[in-house]
Design a protein around this ligand. Structure first.
Ligand code: ADP
Ligand code: MG
Length: 676
């Protein structure tokens, strides 16, 4: 790559050592451009900064030893395994490292190399050694993977943290030597007032921090940007929307009888909350400006039928609707539901996913992101519905909306987010809440199970003769499942199949399976060919399997209450009594008393508020679906930041001249920044 040719928009596949194969793996992590790669933040750090003299390592310590390789060799054990043994020497003496089955090591490490080793010191008989340490030959260079605080990234198959580290390190060096220009879009006055690092330093320190404190400050700076800019965008959008006119406002009063016919045909009566929200939506649809409404409602509160009633109004006014859902499974499910509801009224329902395309009717089109890339055109798109909206970015939502002329927008979410925060962060949206469950629905009976009752609980499950979900948590907080997560859910599945429920039919579901495999397992579960589904939590938010009545959650203390509530919402969808069993390895009082709230409370919103109280700032539970909303870096637990940036965004909007840099970079877009 020529110097100076790099920009924030450069495709990662053009970077040195990437190419098409790694490019497509990066794409799996959502990384397409240099910008995406810079914003691929570590989810934790390994602190390898303690460098020890080789002769003075101590049992139990996590240390780095750096020295000359005296010896590196393969050793064959009687069991047919291969060990790799290395001995390194520094001025104090020698230290020994041992790996298992890493044959390539003897090819990458050579006698005489300067080797840096980081890992835990373990005792083996009378000897101390570094067992399977991270390693790096540092003959002519600085250590990146050892000897410092080392970033650990969300990975995917064939893309390790070590590989990502090298690529990101390359970008950071380009920033340093001027090969990649990054200008700070924040005015210095703002950075000073809020004690923020400058942008380049923030990127450097978030990836390769000098200390954990600096890593934290770097993240803080990036979170600040994210919150500030999302609020500035909201301010701008609100202004724009207020000046937009809908092409044609919908007639509602005139079609009242036909709307009522759909309501009357439902096998249930609408809840008061559903009626109220439908009223709010119809008021928007018949208004002068396009609707921009967020519908928030717990799992099972009945959002789909509300959306269907909005779709019917669009259809009767001569408009088309598009509904986008984050996963194929959800899209298929919506397709089936909507076809059942709407096709008796002669409304054509179509689907567009990666696997499944059927455009036989084009009044309502349901799909995944496939809707965006497709050459899918609408004659008259009047309504855009987005389910689980926090799983999509603003740009994806806009792209869909651009297929029409200022269409009405209805976004839906089951993620509980305290109202004050929703209003501050998403000030451009009107919010409706379904705060009532359908009447005949029985609350899910929830029990926290102490560890000594685990076996009794398994016995109880067997006796219930129903279908059960068993959820294993992710091992580390991370956006995507790591290989270790897959390994642990597989191990749990094996254990349960072999020793606990050998007589039952078990299935396994995790995020790294192919879509077809996932569909098959879910279909088997739905068709009662499986009794128990062992899964990770990132699996499918809105799946609806009414016959499943038990939800068992392992290591429940590792989740937030709101997230547990969402998982528990997978059961209790039919008319039978359902149960949620919370297992925990941590029988300590604070962990248990926090979980006990789930036995008593049945409101996602209340539980989310309790989560806020229980978590100290910066402390988080597993991220999967715990309500990150649009945010990638900040979370709404960053309450302090939310209110600071909210005030600042208002100040900037009313006095842009006081912030010349922001004005040029962001408000007017005259200077390209890393964010726009
Ligand atoms: P969510 O809000 O989680 O998307 P759904 O729209 O999938 O919920 O609804 C969950 C289930 O509840 C569906 O089977 C739906 O038919 C049913 N349902 C919706 N509204 C009502 C109601 N008022 N009374 C009874 N059942 C309802
Ligand atoms: Mg839903």
């Amino acid at each position: 790559m020529e110097k100076g040719k790099l920009s924030i928009e450069t495709q990662v596949s053009h970077l040195p050592f990437v190419g098409p194969a790694f490019g497509s793996r990066l794409e799996k992590l959502g990384i397409r451009t240099v910008r995406d790669l810079l914003f691929h933040l570590p989810f934790r750090y390994d602190d390898y900064s303690l460098v020890s003299e080789a002769a003075r390592i101590q049992e139990g310590e996590t240390v780095t030893v750096q020295g000359k390789v005296l010896e590196i060799k393969n050793e064959y054990t009687r069991g047919g395994f291969v060990l790799q043994r290395a001995i390194v020497e520094d001025f104090s003496g020698t230290a020994e490292a041992l790996w298992f089955n890493q044959r390539f090591l003897t090819r990458t490490i050579h006698r005489g190399d300067l080797l840096s080793l980081s890992g835990k010191v373990e005792r083996n008989g009378r000897k101390l050694l570094l067992k399977s340490p991270d390693y790096e030959v540092i003959n002519n260079g600085l250590a990146r993977h050892t000897g410092r605080i080392v970033p650990v990234y969300p990975e995917t198959y064939g893309l390790s943290s070590k590989w990502l580290r090298n690529r990101i390190y390359f970008l950071l060096s380009e920033i340093k030597n001027g090969g990649l220009a990054i200008s700070d879009h924040l005015d210095e006055s703002i950075r000073e007032k809020y004690h923020l690092l400058d942008l380049r330093t923030a990127f450097y320190q978030v990836h390769f921090p000098d200390s954990l404190k600096e890593a934290q400050e770097a993240r803080q700076r990036l979170a600040f940007d994210e919150l500030l800019l999302s609020q500035l965008e909201a301010n701008i959008r609100r202004k724009e929307l207020q000046s937009q006119k809908v092409g044609n406002k919908f007639k509602i009063v005139e079609i009242r009888d036909k709307l009522k016919k759909l309501v009357d045909s439902l096998p249930f009566t609408l809840t008061t909350a559903q009626k109220r929200v439908i009223g709010e939506i119809y008021r928007d649809l018949s208004g002068e400006t396009p609707m921009n409404r967020l519908l928030q409602g717990d799992v099972g509160s009945g959002k789909t039928v509300v959306a269907a009633l909005a779709m019917l109004a669009a259809y009767l006014n001569g408009y088309q609707t598009v509904l986008m859902a984050p996963t194929e499974i959800l899209a298929e499910q919506h397709f089936t539901t909507l076809r059942n509801l709407l096709s008796p009224l002669k409304i054509g329902v179509s689907i567009a996913t990666g696997n499944h395309k059927d455009y036989s009717g084009l009044d309502v089109v349901v799909g995944t992101q496939a809707l965006l890339s497709d050459k899918l055109n609408f004659k008259k798109l009047g309504l855009v519905v987005i389910d689980e909206q926090h799983r999509f970015g603003v740009s994806q939502r806009n792209k869909l909306a651009e297929k029409g002329i200022n269409p009405h927008l209805l976004t839906m979410t089951a993620t509980p987010i305290p109202r004050t925060i929703a209003l501050t962060l998403y000030g451009d949206l009107d919010i409706s809440v379904l705060d009532e469950m359908p009447k005949e629905r029985l609350p899910v009976k929830t029990w926290v199970i102490p560890s000594q009752k685990r076996n009794a609980a398994y016995g109880w499950i067997r006796n219930q003769r129903t279908q059960t979900f068993i959820i294993c948590p992710l091992i580390e907080e991370s956006e995507t499942e790591t290989l270790a997560d897959v390994k642990s859910v597989k191990a749990e599945y094996e254990k349960l199949s072999k020793t606990v429920f050998p007589d039952l039919r078990l299935g396994l579901l995790h995020g790294r399976m192919k879509p077809k495999e996932k569909d098959k397992v879910l279909a088997d579960f739905r068709n009662k060919k499986l009794d128990i589904l062992v899964a990770t939590p990132v699996v499918e938010v809105g799946i609806d399997i009414p016959e499943a009545t038990i939800m068992l959650i392992e290591a429940a203390d590792r989740f937030g209450l709101a997230q547990l509530h969402q998982l528990r919402g997978r059961v209790g969808r039919g008319t039978k009594q359902s149960y949620c069993l919370l297992f925990t390895q941590n029988d300590g009082t604070p962990a248990l008393s926090r979980l006990k709230f789930l036995e008593k409370l049945n409101s996602g919103l209340k539980l989310a508020e309790i989560d806020l109280k229980f978590r100290g700032p910066g402390q988080r539970f597993g991220t999967a679906q715990h309500g990150r909303w649009d945010l990638k870096i900040a979370t709404f637990e960053d309450l302090q930041l939310v209110s600071e940036t909210n005030n600042l965004s208002k100040e900037i909007t009313s006095h842009p001249d006081l912030f010349p840099t922001l004005r040029k970079t962001f408000l007017e877009g005259k200077i390209k920044t890393v964010l726009n």
